[in-house]
Design a binder for this molecule. Structure first.
Ligand SMILES: Nc1ncnc2c1ncn2[C@@H]1O[C@H](COP(=O)(O)OP(=O)(O)O)[C@@H](O)[C@H]1O
Ligand SMILES: [Mg+2]
Length: 231
């Protein structure tokens, strides 16, 4: 086993004017390649902030993030973007689709950035896997929240990530679609060995991952292995 994500003494403070708000306090954990992990906790506890730091979207105030052996702490935004393109998939809580691109084009972007071939076909296949083949030519504003979430998941998959971070990936989906998307995530873990890090309010989903980290007020309050469940 090898560590895919090492988080050491991570803190994050947001500064606005004279106010300093520390939202993560000395967070520590390590994930091995192929792990599945849930981060749970009340609203405002720092889950989205933590996920963003782990994925190199933002910089910590102190401490270390080592992603796939690469230390992100002193990297520039461009360097971190390169690391993200190489091995990270991210499903944002608010989707962050590009509004001027269709669903298909949104999924094509990471493939094009990687200089892949058959980009359109690959993107269509991925949209098919999330049940949106028929919506390929729709723009984000023409899609429901759940549909946008699925496009966002297809886009994250298109990167063939070594590690996938998903912020409440089933939060906007009806039960049936949610179950399908969950299964896709676990299939990706099983088939490609993709490490999964999920923020979720859904305890049933959390129980399907092999580890649950609970966070409250920016502190890890528990970090437990779950009973082994077959996915
Ligand atoms: N860019 C920001 N600037 C200032 N405060 C922020 C920023 N982003 C988040 N926060 C604050 O940090 C805390 C944790 O937020 P967040 O990580 O989004 O929590 P969660 O995802 O658990 O709901 C909240 O109090 C939030 O208001
Ligand atoms: Mg959040």
């Amino acid at each position: 086993m090898s560590a895919i994500l090492e988080i050491q003494h991570l803190t994050k403070t947001y500064d606005s004017g004279e106010r300093h708000l520390t939202v993560l306090h000395d967070v520590n954990f390590t994930l091995q390649a192929g792990d599945t992990c849930s981060i749970v906790g009340p609203s405002g506890s720092g889950k989205t902030t933590l996920l963003g730091l782990c994925a190199g979207l933002d910089r910590a105030s102190s401490g270390s993030v080592i992603l796939n052996g690469v230390k992100l702490d002193n990297m520039s935004e461009d360097e971190r973007a390169q690391v993200r393109n190489q091995f990270v998939g991210f499903v944002f809580q608010n989707f962050q689709l590009i509004p001027t691109l269709t669903a298909l084009e949104n999924v094509m972007v990471p493939l094009e950035l990687r200089g892949e071939r058959n980009v359109q076909k690959q993107a269509m296949d991925l949209l098919g896997r999330v049940g949106l083949a028929e919506r390929a030519d729709h723009y984000p504003t023409q899609l429901s929240g759940g549909e946008q979430q699925r496009v966002s998941i297809a886009r994250a998959f298109s990167n063939r990530p070594t590690i996938l971070f998903a912020d409440e990936p089933t939060g906007n989906l009806d039960e049936e679609t949610g179950t399908r998307v969950e299964q896709l995530l676990f299939d990706l873990n099983k088939e490609a060995g993709t490490t999964l890090v999920l923020v979720t309010h859904d305890l049933e989903l959390a129980e399907r991952t092999n580890r649950i980290i609970r966070i409250k007020g920016g502190h890890i309050v528990s970090d437990e292995a779950t009973a082994l469940i077959r996915n």
